[in-house]
Design a protein around this ligand. Structure first.
Ligand SMILES: [Zn+2]
Length: 256
């Protein structure tokens, strides 16, 4: 099963995958019926989550109901417990929106919610994050996850997100980080997909962030809080929701 899932993820184009997976998952949900794990995004519970991963499939990762992964369940729990996201009237920019969030966030009555992406047909606004087509001080909240490791200039992208946020606004900007690496590793001469995969963890990544990830976000103007939210949760919750136990949340604020 793990090998099959890795193979499918590597070979089938993403838009096809997203369309087909919806039906396949409905079938899988029946086989995974149970109550050992629970999804913080859709509320469904299962015997376990599905394995997922491009190279080596991680066990207990993908929710068969809403397709959330560990990191999505962590972000949603964080939003519920540590922010005003579900209560306050907020104007939100969601860059490269994750499939499991789009419909849910669109329906939230307190939000004015805008999705944006450079290519994804799931997003409403087509845009390049290096030049966000909105005026200064437009949004209360921005999400931009698993984007910064792909873009030409992550510092510029960060300062653009900062620019379009209102004073007092906040953003969550997550990326894969190699916590064992003191500084970010970039090498523009590495362009071959196989080489990129070897050096930067995925064939379409152009850098691998290190312990200075927060400093790079701060270069855009943000005050960055490295929130170890998941480290403080009871073990039972980390297991129940199958959360990424070592992931730091980068909570980025624009001063009032
Ligand atoms: Zn779910």
């Amino acid at each position: 099963m793990k090998k099959l899932i890795s193979f499918v993820l590597r070979t089938v184009p993403r838009p096809v995958l997203q369309r087909v997976s919806h039906y396949a998952m409905k079938v899988m949900a029946v086989f995974y019926r149970g109550d050992k794990v629970e999804c913080t995004v859709c509320g469904s519970h299962f015997r376990e989550f599905l394995p997922y991963g491009r190279n080596v499939a991680r066990p207990n990762a993908l929710c068969p109901s809403c397709l959330s992964l560990e990191r999505h369940r962590l972000m949603n729990l964080y939003l519920k417990r540590r922010t005003n996201f579900y209560q306050a009237p907020l104007k939100v920019l969601h860059v490269a929106p994750e499939h499991c969030f789009i419909d849910r966030f669109e329906k939230l009555p307190n939000l004015d919610y805008i999705t944006a992406d450079i290519e994804s047909p799931l997003a409403k606004v087509k845009m390049d994050i290096h030049q966000i087509p909105f005026p200064d001080n437009t949004f209360d909240v921005a999400f931009c996850n698993h984007v910064m490791e792909h873009v030409d200039n992550d510092i510029q992208a960060g300062s653009e997100l900062y620019r379009v946020l209102k004073p007092g606004g906040w953003a969550i900007i997550q990326s894969p980080v190699d916590y064992s690496r003191p500084t970010t590793y970039e090498d523009a001469t590495i362009t071959d997909p196989r080489e990129r995969e070897k050096h930067f963890w995925q064939s379409d990544h152009v850098r691998l962030f290190g312990q200075d990830y927060a400093e790079r976000l701060a270069k855009g103007g943000f005050t960055v809080q490295e929130d170890r939210f998941v480290f403080e949760l009871p073990k039972e919750e980390v297991q129940r929701y199958a959360l990424p136990g070592g992931e730091i949340i980068y909570f980025c604020q624009k001063e009032k």
